[in-house]
Design a protein around this ligand. Structure first.
Ligand code: CDP
Length: 242
């Protein structure tokens, strides 16, 4: 599949056209950023590890009946995906209170949230991704009430699959962010990535972070943490990490 013109360059991924208008190529770069891009670095192999974990998780979700944009992995740091018209929402599912939830509300870090809590932010860095509610999402014309209900249900299904999978690796899935988009015929699919940049993962035996918090808060060697996750994921599927 040819790597065509660059369509979009985000903070950690670039999107390229391919010969097929319905298919795009996602490159996971070695860039890492935090705090709306105020902190940034380049870490060798980071793109590859996030691409491999994302590809594995998209395949797992597809096997569990969740429709995603994932098509294939042409090499270790690229994913071929279905072209989507992205919905400007960050859908965050939280199993345990951490991060902004603890900063903004009176939760103690580590409090179990049962049932899980869904938070939906408006994806707009210039506005610092403000939190939305159902009425705002509908008033802004982003989703119909039915599509909103469907997206929330999909997010909870994704959470059940991922939570169970990570638990089997000795990792607690604290929270994660996903994004959705529409195909030209209007079908809503899970898009973007699911990686150590977009999840909070805590090692069950040590309680230590194995995700971007290691970078955000200078908690140690972020690549060691990303490698730990990728190694455990890759042990489940040698194909994706070859
Ligand atoms: O990371 P921060 O504390 O600022 O935000 P959060 O709302 O606590 O983030 C919840 C989860 O969503 C974490 O796993 C983040 O890594 C992820 N997230 C993301 O991937 N991209 C964003 N723009 C915001 C959150």
């Amino acid at each position: 599949m040819k790597k065509g013109e660059v369509l979009y360059k985000g903070k950690a991924k670039s999107l390229y056209r391919t010969g097929d208008p319905g298919v795009l190529l996602v490159e996971f770069r070695d860039d890492i950023t935090a705090f709306d891009g105020q902190k940034k670095d380049v870490l060798s192999s980071k793109g590859r590890l996030n691409a491999q974990v994302s590809a594995f998780l998209f395949r797992l979700l597809e096997r569990k009946g969740i429709a995603t944009h994932f098509i294939d992995m042409p090499d270790e740091s690229h994913m071929l995906v279905k072209a989507l018209d992205m919905i400007p929402l960050e859908v965050i599912v939280r199993n345990i209170a951490a991060g902004s939830l603890v900063r903004q509300y009176p939760f103690r870090e580590g409090t179990v949230l049962e049932p899980p809590v869904i938070v939906i932010d408006y994806k707009d860095d210039s506005r610092h991704d403000p939190m939305l509610n159902d009425d705002l999402i509908i008033a802004l014309g982003i989703l119909t009430p039915d599509d909103l209900a469907m997206i929330k249900e999909m997010a909870l299904r994704v959470n059940s699959v991922l939570r169970e999978f990570f638990a089997s690796l000795g990792i607690t899935l604290v929270d994660f962010k996903i994004e959705f988009g529409r195909t030209p015929d209007g079908k809503i699919l899970l898009g973007d990535e699911i990686s150590m940049d977009s999840m909070r993962l805590w090692d069950m035996s040590t309680g230590k972070s194995l995700d971007k918090d290691v970078y955000r808060f200078s908690k140690g060697d972020v690549m060691e943490a990303y490698n730990r996750v990728a190694e455990r994921v890759c042990a489940e599927d040698k194909e994706v990490c070859k």
